[in-house]
Design a protein around this ligand. Structure first.
Ligand SMILES: [Mg+2]
Length: 389
């Protein structure tokens, strides 16, 4: 079976599904919440990430084989990623064996190497790789999680990310992760205000629910150390994504200055190489690759293998928001938890927000993926056509 075509195209937003039929009882926290980020030092871009992030649409990708079967992948960062797939990768993969996911991942990694396997190129590879795995599962009439060795869990344990903490508790999650609102740009106030937020959350959830803090590339080493020390009484399970992703020396310094703090990161690392370096330098306790950004399932399997051998668990970024992360998490004993990014408004049932038809949603803080072939996405080629924008 050979590859006949590979096509990427713009689709609507890939994180939040909907529109829901149930009326929200209040707006989602994301609507106007400040979240610290790498641009927070510039006042006109400080409050909302939407003021500086690109308005590129999400990306769908269909691989069609010469027998007419197809697979569907999805990623982010529309216009440039669509160009990389359609104008560079697609022509070079036509006629290649469609089931050869290792060979095709290796080819794609080398194809994009002149301009960047460590950024937008990794998003393009992810879209094609995920479509290839979906195609493989459908061809073999098997869910992808069985192709990669699963199931490893009865149900995946899921935690929720977002600042509607009371809604997370109502939904039955046993872990909740806050988005850190303030960073070095706010000076000493940031330590006080962040402590208020974390303290209130701990008070609300009690001692039997895990609490984490996501810092989305916003901090520096000195601020992270002071923040972690300030928050020590609140028993955070981990602190996440504190530095700019390229700053591996800084990550080493964090490890040295915070030996007691569990450090998680990796959602902005691309390709397995950075994870191999981090594992060798022992600077990170939990790896968080995003399966739809890092290079797809093939990249995640390589990262998981090297992480497991180094004693590092893998909890993919927003893994429970996509069928791809769900199948990975279900299959891997080294993935103890799944992350569900909860950006939808309180009161709306999560299954109304599923990103594609057939994709499972968390219930009572757990999730089991669909056992339909491939990634279980219930979309025909006509249905995919309707997602295009
Ligand atoms: Mg994160």
């Amino acid at each position: 079976m050979k590859i006949k075509s590979v096509q990427a195209f713009a689709i609507k937003n890939d994180i939040v599904g909907g529109p829901p039929t149930t009326r929200p009882r209040q707006p989602a926290w994301l609507a106007d919440a400040e979240v610290a980020g790498p641009m927070s030092r510039y006042p006109r871009f400080k409050k909302l990430r939407s003021t500086w992030r690109p308005e590129w649409p999400s990306v769908g990708c269909v691989v069609i084989a010469d027998d007419g079967s197809f697979g569907f992948g999805a990623t982010r960062y529309g216009t440039p990623v669509i160009s990389i797939v359609n104008e560079h990768i697609w022509p070079l993969l036509v006629g290649e064996p469609a089931m050869a996911t290792e060979r095709l991942f290796d080819m794609m990694s080398r194809i994009v190497s002149p301009y960047g396997p460590g950024g937008l190129g990794a998003y393009a590879i992810s879209a094609v790789d995920l479509a290839l795995w979906d195609l493989k599962g459908k061809t073999l009439k098997t869910p992808v999680y069985e192709l990669i060795g699963g199931p490893a869990h009865d149900r995946i344990k899921v935690y929720a990310t977002g600042n509607d903490t009371d809604w997370h508790m109502e939904l039955g999650f046993k872990g909740t992760k806050l988005a850190c609102p303030y960073g070095p740009a706010d000076g000493l106030d940031a330590l006080n205000w962040n402590e208020d937020l974390v303290g209130e959350a701990r008070e609300l959830i009690g001692r039997d629910v895990e609490l984490m803090l996501d810092c989305w590339m916003a901090l520096d080493v000195e601020f992270t150390v002071r923040l972690a020390e300030r928050l020590r009484p609140y028993a955070l399970k981990w602190i996440e994504d504190c530095l700019l992703p390229e700053n591996l020396d800084g990550q080493n310094e964090l490890r040295r200055r915070l030996p007691w703090m569990t450090l998680a990161t990796g959602e902005h690392w691309y390709s397995p190489f950075t994870f191999a370096t981090a594992a060798a330098q022992k600077n990170t306790d939990i790896f968080q690759p995003d399966i739809a950004w890092v290079g797809g399932l093939t990249a995640c399997l390589k990262i998981n293998a090297l992480a497991e051998a180094a004693g590092i668990p893998v909890i993919p970024h927003a893994g429970m928001n996509t069928p791809y992360g769900q199948h990975f998490g279900y299959a891997m004993p080294n993935a103890p938890w799944g992350e569900y990014f909860l950006g939808s408004p309180p009161g709306v049932p999560l299954d109304e927000m599923a990103v594609f038809p057939g994709v499972a949603s968390p219930k009572d803080g757990t999730l089991t993926p669909s056992d339909a072939p491939g990634f279980g996405i219930e979309l025909t080629l006509d249905g995919i056509e309707k997602l295009k924008v």
